[in-house]
Ligand binder design. Structure first.
Ligand code: PBG
Ligand code: MG
Length: 333
């Protein structure tokens, strides 16, 4: 885009349009609405709610509470909820054997949430790490994360989630080829309408720390932070283009960039390049930073949250996955 020639000062005074709230609202380019939000939510296997220490204000919800939250999302105009499981450590193993258990907390939550609020889209994380005792997103052998055997497990998990009623499957594992395999499996099992949102450009980031605490994998091997053989190097942009190109070609309906704020340049690039519905995940560490600074009185928390969400929209996001979703929807609604 070329900028039209501007009359020199004083004919042009850019401050004129900023002089009052009404002028600012008239020229505003990006605005975040409740319909832009996907509520990121942790569910657990027990009863009641359990606070997450490193994410003040976020609680792990029981299935019953998750169903109530779905109703709340509907009433707030939030279109979708992304659920992630906290699994009892004693039930994890090296293979993540219970990842595709049709009686697990995720399928139970999906059913309860769809029963309570069928109008709300439910998105499931397709990944093994909440279920493995090493915290990695894949099958590990001799210290290596095996790509193709992992895909087989993800397919079982994804089909189970679709069977339970999940609307969107969101593989967050970063194995090569899993989008194509999952799409073929869904077609083969008559799930033509199940959406796939690919965590297409997911970086090996320090900003996932509180999440690993929330799902109970922080102290495990994978929780020490090294997922660098499958998640992307934070230094790379062109590689993100290749990742997203492949996932679109394999059948992704929507793509995601993760984390959010430190990667707004990637988000913009991908929107420009592919014109696909592109989402940003404002991850646990971003939540924790804003919250911690706010609680200390170091920043104005409410303004910082809304500014951060607006920044995603300005950068081109079709929507934002965020732990702030219910608070923000209430504020904006
Ligand atoms: N499959 C892993 C997964 N799915 C969602 C998140 C992070 C979410 C957040 O930080 O809020 C992670 C973390 C990781 O890769 O270790
Ligand atoms: Mg990929």
């Amino acid at each position: 885009m070329t900028t039209p020639p501007l009359a020199p000062y004083p004919a042009t005074r850019l401050r004129r349009v900023r002089q009052a709230d009404w002028t600012r609202r008239l020229v505003r380019e990006a605005e975040v609405r409740p319909s832009d939000l996907i509520w990121s939510m942790i569910v657990h296997e027990g009863e009641g709610v359990i606070p997450v220490a490193s994410m003040p204000g976020v609680e792990r919800l029981s299935v019953k509470e998750a169903a109530k939250a779905a109703v709340r999302a509907r009433d707030l105009g939030i279109p979708a909820i992304a659920i992630f499981p906290h699994i009892d450590g004693a039930r994890k193993d090296a293979a993540g054997s219970i990842a595709a258990d049709p009686d697990g907390v995720i399928p139970r939550a999906v059913k309860a949430m769809k029963d309570a609020a069928p109008e709300v889209g439910i998105m499931c994380d397709v990944a093994l790490d909440p279920f493995t005792n090493h915290g990695h997103d894949g099958v590990v052998e001799g210290g290596k994360i095996l790509n193709d055997p992992t895909i087989e497990r993800l397919i079982e998990q994804g089909l189970m989630q679709a069977q339970a009623g999940a609307d969107i499957l969101a593989p967050s594992d970063m194995m090569d080829g899993r989008i194509g395999a999952l799409r073929a499996a869904l077609e083969g099992a008559n799930f033509q309408d199940t959406l796939i949102m690919s965590y297409a450009a997911k970086y090996a980031s320090a900003f996932y720390g509180p999440y690993r605490d929330a799902i109970g994998s922080a102290k495990l091997a994978g929780g020490q932070g090294d997922k660098k053989t499958y998640q992307m190097d934070p230094a790379n942009t062109e590689e993100a283009i290749r990742e997203v190109a492949l996932d679109i070609a394999e059948g992704a309906d929507m793509v995601m960039v993760k984390p959010g704020m430190p990667y707004l340049d990637i988000l913009r690039r991908l929107v420009d390049e592919f014109r696909m519905p592109t989402y940003a995940f404002q991850v646990s560490g971003e939540y924790a930073m804003i919250k911690a600074a706010g609680m200390n009185g170091w920043i104005d928390e409410e303004r910082a949250i809304l500014e951060s969400l607006t920044a995603f929209k300005r950068a081109g996001a079709a929507g934002i996955i965020s732990y702030f979703a219910p608070w923000a929807a209430e504020k904006l609604g």
